[in-house]
Design a protein around this ligand. Structure first.
Ligand SMILES: NC(=O)c1ccc[n+]([C@@H]2O[C@H](COP(=O)([O-])OP(=O)(O)OC[C@H]3O[C@@H](n4cnc5c(N)ncnc54)[C@H](OP(=O)(O)O)[C@@H]3O)[C@@H](O)[C@H]2O)c1
Length: 310
């Protein structure tokens, strides 16, 4: 068995090989070399791979994406339509996303942002007791990551709802689905958390029309993808007071260009696509387990439905 790694942006691909080799001692491993020959690899483990990989390696049985979102991989024009695409399922990311969301939620719900402002002016002032029941949280996307985020938030007693494509039932979470369910979901949501995958249906979903359906003064936490958000619509919604705060982890162009308005906006917090990092040990364990099952002719979870884009 030959496994090819093409992890764009990671200069230490050898660490992935070392970890996988320990679990699959009989397998051969190679790192993608644009100038190299065809290897007749069986599996590819990738992040934003070059288009040439799929024209040169025509015997692949599956491609593993070392992230939850497959938008980058599915946009590679040479990706064969029938090649199974397998993404990471949680692999330690959901709990990180829950931490990130709670931190951003508490900026408003526990007044941390306001107290920073008071500290800056040397003011000792106790703000009114926060009302948890008024901090209604709505999570767009109830998959591996969104469900965990919603459950974590609900666990702290915030009234929590979630929105998905198909109906879902989750204890302690009010659930909504489909375009028909979106207006009622938005109308009850003060803090909107986006954990959707990027697909043709979800691109630009965070736009002026959606913001207008949230209660005035709502907060946005975007940890999905930059292309979900219409940047100018967010700036306009913050300027008008329709939105009060935004915490953004993902951007249309990454790294976020130095002259982008988001960097210096007083109501925006920017983090560099770090809400939920890919953890190598967890990811390798999951991928190796799936390779073993595929080799045994068994089915595996996390297979992307190409038609729906996630
Ligand atoms: N910022 C970061 O560091 C980071 C890290 C990890 C992941 N992410 C992002 O998080 C995304 C979600 O990951 P995941 O593992 O939770 O994905 P997932 O398990 O595939 O879940 C996707 C969820 O979105 C819902 N959905 C998809 N299309 C929809 C639509 N058109 N309308 C309404 N709901 C829709 C799905 O509905 P159904 O339940 O009906 O299928 C499902 O609940 C990734 O794609 C990635 O973009 C970001």
């Amino acid at each position: 068995m030959h496994i090819l790694l093409a992890i764009t942006g990671d200069p230490k691909a050898q660490r992935w090989i070392d970890a996988m080799q320990a679990a699959l001692p009989d397998a051969r491993f190679s790192v993608w070399d644009a100038a190299g020959p065809a290897l007749d690899a069986d599996y590819a483990v990738v992040w934003h791979p070059p288009a040439a990989l799929f024209t040169r390696e025509t015997g692949l049985r599956a491609v593993f994406n070392i992230g939850a979102g497959v938008d980058g991989l599915l946009s590679v024009p040479t990706l064969p339509a029938e090649l199974p695409v397998i993404r990471l399922e949680d692999a330690g990311m959901s709990v990180q996303m829950a931490e990130y969301t709670l931190h951003a939620l508490w900026e408003g719900a526990r007044d941390f942002a306001a107290y920073r402002g008071l500290q800056a002016s040397g003011e000792w002032k106790v703000l009114p007791v926060p009302r948890r029941d008024q901090w209604t949280v709505g999570v767009l996307g109830l998959g591996q990551v969104g469900r965990k985020v919603a459950e974590a938030v609900a666990g702290f007693g915030y009234p929590t709802a979630g929105w998905s494509r198909t109906p879902r039932e989750i204890p302690d979470i009010e659930t909504f689905s489909g375009q028909d369910g979106l207006p009622a979901f938005l109308a009850r949501t003060k803090v909107l958390v986006n954990v959707l995958p990027l697909t043709p249906d979800t691109r630009d979903v965070l736009n002026a029309s959606l913001f207008a359906q949230l209660p005035k003064g709502a907060h946005l936490i975007n940890v999905g993808r930059g292309e979900h958000l219409v940047d100018d619509d967010l700036l306009a919604a913050l300027d008008s007071g329709q939105l009060a705060r935004a915490t953004l982890d993902v951007f249309r162009t990454e790294p976020l260009p130095k002259d982008h308005a988001f960097w210096r906006h007083p109501a925006i917090t920017v983090t560099p696509h770090t809400a939920a990092r890919t953890l190598r040990a967890e990811s390798v364990a999951q991928i190796v387990g799936k390779i073993r099952r595929l080799q045994a002719g068994e089915s595996v979870g996390g297979q992307v439905e190409r038609g729906r884009g996630y």
